[in-house]
Design a protein around this ligand. Structure first.
Ligand SMILES: [Zn+2]
Length: 202
C-alpha cells in the first residue's frame, strides 16, 4: 500500500471583518504547538498594523516576512520548511498561485487567507483559481452592518456613498471606508447596462 503523502492547500476566505486572519493565526498556533517548521508571509502593501508581523483585529500576532511578489517566497523556503502561511494573499501577483501549487506538490502544507470578492462582489483577481485548486476551503462570513444577516460581501463607501462600479481600486483624495454586508444590502452603483442585461432573463 502507498504511504500517504503530505502537501495540500487550505484557503480561508470571505469578506472583510469575517475573522480570516484570526483563523489563519489559530491554525499557525496549533502547528507551532505541534513543532512544525513554519514560515509566514504577508504582502508589503498591507501596512495597516505592525511591520514584520501578521496581526488580527483581536490583536493576536505572529512574526512574518514582507513580500511584494509570490516569487520572493522562494528565497526564504528551506527544504525543512513544512508549513507555508500567507495572509492577505489576494494582494500578491497571479504567479503566486503556481508557486503555492508547487509547494503543495513538494509535500508542504500551504495555508492562506484572502478576500474572495472585490467591492463589486466579483472574484478578486486570481482568488477564484486558487480556491479551485485548493483541497480545503473555509468561507467565513461577517455580520451585515445593515440587517445583521451573515455578510458575504465587502461594501466600499466613497465620500459617504456606495462606490460606483467603475471606481478604480485606489482613489486619490477621496475618503473611503469598508463595511461587511449581505447580498441584499450590498450596493454598487451604475453597473454597466450590458452586464445587467445579461443577468436578467425576461
Ligand atoms: Zn444585510
Amino acid at each position: 500500500m502507498l504511504t500517504q503523502k503530505e502537501g495540500w492547500i487550505e484557503v480561508i476566505t470571505g469578506p472583510m471583518f469575517a475573522g480570516k486572519t484570526e483563523e489563519l493565526l489559530r491554525r499557525i498556533k496549533r502547528l507551532e504547538y505541534a513543532k512544525k517548521n513554519i514560515i509566514v508571509f504577508k504582502p508589503l502593501i498591507d501596512g495597516r498594523y505592525a511591520e514584520n508581523e501578521v496581526v488580527s483585529h483581536n490583536n493576536n500576532r505572529t512574526r512574518s516576512i514582507n513580500i511584494s511578489k509570490g516569487r520572493e517566497m522562494l528565497l526564504h523556503i528551506q527544504p525543512e520548511t513544512q508549513v507555508i502561511a500567507v495572509d492577505e494573499v489576494q494582494f500578491l501577483d497571479a504567479e503566486t498561485v503556481d508557486i503555492l501549487d508547487n509547494f503543495a506538490e513538494q509535500g508542504k502544507r500551504v495555508i492562506v487567507s484572502g478576500l474572495d470578492t472585490d467591492f463589486r462582489a466579483e472574484p478578486f483577481g486570481f482568488m477564484g483559481r486558487l480556491i479551485t485548486i485548493a483541497e480545503f476551503v473555509t468561507k467565513l462570513t461577517a455580520v451585515c452592518v445593515k440587517c445583521s444577516a451573515p455578510a458575504t460581501r465587502t461594501q466600499r463607501i466613497v465620500d459617504g456613498k456606495p462606490a460606483r462600479y467603475m471606481d478604480p481600486i485606489v482613489l486619490i483624495g477621496a475618503s473611503e471606508s469598508y463595511e461587511a454586508r449581505c447580498r441584499h444590502c450590498h450596493k454598487v452603483y451604475r453597473k454597466p447596462k450590458s452586464i445587467i442585461g445579461k443577468l436578467h432573463v425576461k
